[in-house]
Every structure is written in structure tokens, then in C-alpha cells.
Design a protein. Structure first.
Length: 245
């Protein structure tokens, strides 16, 4: 991939990295942090997408997809984009290019943000965590995150980036917000993830008003979906006579 440096001379201790995934928890959190802290792009990574151009009234238009790294004057930067590569080769290349940037910035710890799909409806989603070094457990738990018990996978960008970062001796922390439905945006989980991340980064205040409004709308939407699904199940049970298709 092609890397462009938009602003030089920046050094940071931490990198926050998140791309859209289940419930878009990480993508929402990263975008909100960038907006609220008025962060500006300092670097971009250009992807090998899209493999087409658009024509409008015979005029060809083309814009290459990109991922951007943002900075707002503090000792951390935020990396995000509007989609996550599904091809393993492209994902590895993206992570390696980002880690090269991180090393040049002086990054010592990387936080990735994502979702933990429990399928349980809760009023206050839990935030789970995984780390690249057990010595980080006590610190991360002090921010209100819960350790992930047992064994499993952290798929895609959120996990791979930290695995590769550990090979470069960069600490890694993954915050995962609990979600009920992976097919619906989950801003409530994003809020809880941002609270833990803010504590870790030393962000004194973050206004969640706009995210809370989005969360209320999503809750209403999910309730509507559940009612529609229940109604459909009832009709399936009662409206079809036995033996009739």
C-alpha cells in the first residue's frame, strides 16, 4: 500500500486504531473521538481499492480508498477508515504499514477497539479486554474493563494488529464492547468503550450527548425489530394449518 505523510515532526506515546466491524463499535468510537477532539489527519495509507472508476455524463471520476491517521496535539493518535479489508494479504500489509508509522511516531502502546458479541440485551454493556502482556492486567482492569476468560479468537484488524505489534515490542490492548446484535450499529457499546479508553489515555472530559441520542434511537429500532420478529413467529405458528405449505 502507499503511505503519505501529511504532517511531519509529530511524536506520540499511544495509538488508537479501529476499523468498522461487528456493530461498528470501534468505528463509531474512533470517529467520535476524532470529531470531539477536533483531530486533523497527519498521514494516510492508500488501499488497492476500488478496482473501477465512476463515469458521470461521460466524465470519469476516481477516488482511491484510504485509511487515515489523526492527531489533535495530545500524546496519542487515532487511526481509522470506513471499511476493513477482508483479504488476508491486504490486511497484513495494512497492519505492517501502520506499524511502520507507529514506530516512526514513537508509539509504545496500541489500543484497538471492537465488539464482543454475547447476544445478551443489557442496559449497560460490559467492556472486555485482552492484552499482549499479562503485566498490563491490573492497570486495564482499573479502568473498568473485564478480563476475557477462557480461550477464543479476536478476528480481523483488532486482533492481528496487536499480534504483529507484539513482535515489534509494542504493548497492545484491545477493548471490546458487549453487543446483542452484530448486524445493527451499537453506539451504547461505543460509549462504554470510550469511557475505558479515555481513562487509559488521560482524557479528562468527553461529551457523549450525541452518542447517547444515537443509542436511544438504536434501542427503539432494535425493539421494533424484536416485535416484528415475534409477530412473524406467531403468524408462522398460528396461521398455517397442519400439513399445509
Amino acid at each position: 500500500m502507499e503511505v503519505n505523510i501529511l504532517k511531519r515532526g509529530v511524536t506520540v506515546k499511544s495509538l488508537v486504531a479501529a476499523l468498522p466491524g461487528m456493530g461498528n463499535v470501534g468505528g463509531i468510537a474512533a470517529a467520535y473521538l476524532i470529531e470531539e477532539l477536533k483531530m486533523e489527519p497527519i498521514a494516510e495509507i492508500l488501499d488497492y481499492m476500488p478496482p473501477y472508476v465512476i463515469h458521470k455524463n461521460s466524465l470519469i471520476q476516481f477516488e482511491r480508498f484510504s485509511f487515515k491517521l489523526y492527531w489533535g496535539g495530545k500524546d496519542f493518535a487515532v487511526f481509522t477508515g470506513f471499511y476493513q479489508p477482508q483479504d488476508p494479504h491486504m490486511l497484513y500489509e495494512l497492519c505492517d504499514d501502520l506499524l511502520d508509522l507507529a514506530v516512526n511516531l514513537g508509539v509504545r502502546r496500541i489500543y484497538t477497539l471492537g465488539a464482543a458479541h454475547t447476544g445478551v440485551s443489557v442496559s449497560e454493556p460490559r467492556v472486555f479486554y485482552a492484552v499482549t502482556d499479562a503485566r498490563l492486567n491490573k492497570e486495564i482492569e482499573s479502568y473498568g474493563a473485564q478480563q476475557m476468560r477462557g480461550e477464543g479468537y479476536i478476528t480481523g484488524f483488532n486482533g492481528l494488529l496487536l499480534g504483529l505489534a507484539a513482535q515489534r515490542n509494542i504493548e497492545g490492548v484491545c477493548f471490546l464492547g458487549e453487543i446483542e446484535r452484530p448486524d445493527v450499529a451499537q453506539p451504547k457499546a461505543s460509549i462504554e468503550v470510550l469511557k475505558r479508553l479515555s481513562a487509559a489515555l488521560g482524557i479528562e472530559y468527553l461529551d457523549y450527548t450525541k452518542l447517547e441520542e444515537q443509542a436511544r434511537k438504536v434501542e427503539f429500532y432494535i425493539s421494533s425489530l424484536k416485535r416484528a420478529e415475534e409477530f412473524k413467529q406467531q403468524k408462522t405458528r398460528t396461521d398455517i394449518p397442519p400439513g399445509v405449505m
